[in-house]
Design a protein around this ligand. Structure first.
Ligand code: TXE
Length: 481
């Protein structure tokens, strides 16, 4: 199936008719073409957005909210079609797309449809000066949203929904590796009555289409999720242009397990936090740190459970682990197995490519556990972003904290303990934007989401996202005494 750009509510080919192949990773074959949009396509999208902005930004909150709710409703109505499309494009099990990705895309719209009606700003009375200040929260204008391939519609909508709710018009680019569900969203937006030009979707490579969005002089804010290197590059272009930037980047998240935890719950959740979505979630707990007294037991039980995970074609209802997103990504993961072995890491489970009968060209890999003893090794420091975790023991709380923080990343962390004091100490001292205690990926959309250190800048989620997508303006009114 060939997809098109969505500009001014119409589906159009790229101006210079250049296209890229779109792969189905579960069979390793091209199944369609996508536009490789140029600077001119981005300019056309920008103009449509700029034209729509005066009216959309003046549209009542109730009306904006109604349209976004309708989009949410229509997404859920197309749950099966969207889940199948997501799975085909990305390789993830259909069951996962159906239970997580697509429902969450709908929730993103519904959440911000509600949130915008509750969003407010502050007033400050300047006592003694006969003056009152209030803050106007105004939409920025045309904003750019760039999203990755791991949770395609989920992360795409996580950005565009608050942007539009706040009254902005959007030029958005999904990952060129997984563009399909964003394409299908265009039709849904038309059906929901979203005015033309409010959302414009251009497809193409990061280095051409994405770069054109970031460098566009009149696109004044960029919300980006992707690799840390790309984030740094985007910042180098956007910062001198004084653009607002929200960067949600990579992670190397510690999962810290203490002997006093609820063991069975921890074990089941750790399997999930390690291998959900083939380990391709920025929040996956890829460094598992285990208190020494339960290390051997944990290692044995964890390996046993991980060996039970079924790597299979994503359409199979019993597939726990589907295909990796691309051949390049599979090769990257394989290269890290070699790196681990060269560094003295011990592969205690998995480590090999999997051939699925009937789908021999797909990109499948065993869930893999590497035992390491030195936190400075590359597999403990670099983001692998696949079904690969490391295990390592620690003796004391102090040591666990040092190991957990000993990385350039700072996105999320998980701790398993029933000790309240320890919970508080770790919550305060872990250098991550999110700390989960006795759970993982339990998301409340009102909470601030994002990382510190090389995991990014800015926060998304809840009112934080609405603050990002608005410009605060102070108005000071003096009145006679
Ligand atoms: O991401 P990229 P890639 C990590 C993960 C992965 C690595 C590289 O470790 O292995 O990043 O993945 C667009 N200007 N994460 O190469 O390139 C690109 O088209 C503007 C973590 O696939 O960062 C896509 O839409 N845009 C992560 C988006 O950026 C550019 C999720 C992300 O692609 C651009 C994905 C440019 N110069 C990968 N270059 C997470 N945090 O969830 C690329 N893009």
């Amino acid at each position: 199936m060939n997809i098109k750009n969505y500009i001014n509510a119409e589906f159009v080919n790229p101006i210079d008719e250049k296209y890229l192949d779109n792969y189905n990773p579960s069979i390793g074959k091209v199944y369609g073409q996508i536009p490789n949009s140029s600077k001119e396509d981005v300019e056309t999208a920008y103009r449509a957005a700029a034209k729509a902005f005066p009216k959309w930004s003046a549209t009542s909150l109730e009306e904006r909210s109604k349209i976004l709710s309708k989009i949410a409703y229509l997404i859920l109505g197309k749950l099966d079609v969207l889940a199948e499309a997501e799975s085909k494009d990305n390789g993830k099990p259909i069951s996962l797309a159906k239970s997580v990705d697509i429902p969450r895309a709908a929730s993103n719209f519904q959440f911000f449809a509600n949130a915008i009606t509750q969003f407010s700003s502050e007033a400050h009375e300047s006592v003694g000066f006969n003056a009152v200040n209030f803050t106007l929260r105004q939409p920025i204008g045309v904003v750019g949203c760039i999203s990755p391939w791991n949770l395609p519609l989920y992360l795409f909508t996580w950005k565009i929904a608050p942007a539009m709710a706040a009254g902005n018009c959007v030029v958005a680019k999904p990952s060129e590796i997984t563009p399909m569900t964003a394409f299908l969203l265009g039709e849904i937006c038309n059906e929901a009555g979203l005015p033309k030009g409010v959302l414009n979707i251009v497809h193409g490579l990061g280095t051409t289409t994405g770069q054109a969005i970031v460098a566009h002089p009149n696109i004044k804010a960029i919300s980006f999720t992707g690799g840390t290197k790309t984030g740094a590059h985007i910042a180098s272009i956007a910062a001198p242009m004084f653009k607002k930037l929200s960067l949600e980047l990579g992670g190397k998240n510690p999962n810290i397990i203490f002997a006093d935890c609820d063991y069975e719950k921890m074990l089941a959740t750790t399997v999930r936090s390690s291998f959900s979505n083939q380990g391709q979630i920025c929040l996956c707990g890829s460094r598992i740190l285990i208190e020494e007294k339960i290390y051997d037991q944990f290692k044995k039980d964890f390996i046993k459970k991980v060996k039970q995970l079924n790597v299979d074609h994503p359409s199979k209802s019993n597939s726990d682990i589907g295909a990796l997103v691309s051949k390049e990504h599979l090769e990257k993961i394989e290269s890290y197995i070699e790196i681990a072995e060269n560094e003295g890491g011990k592969i205690v489970c998995g480590g090999l490519e999997v051939t699925i009968p009937g789908f021999e060209n797909g990109y499948y890999f065993q869930p893999t556990i590497i035992e390491v003893t030195d936190n400075s090794c590359r597999v403990n420091q670099e983001e692998i972003f696949g079904p690969v975790v490391t295990i390592m023991s620690f003796k004391t709380d102090e040591e666990a904290l040092i190991l957990a923080n000993d990385t350039k990343y700072g996105l999320s962390s998980t701790i398993w303990t029933n000790n309240l004091n320890r919970t508080m100490q770790f919550s305060k001292q872990l250098q991550t934007g999110i700390v989960w205690v006795n759970t993982w990926m339990l998301r409340d959309l009102r909470t601030p989401f994002g990382g510190i250190k090389d995991s990014g800048v800015g926060r998304e989620g809840g009112f934080e996202a609405l603050r990002f997508f608005t410009e605060p303006k102070n108005v000071c009114i003096k009145f006679p005494s």
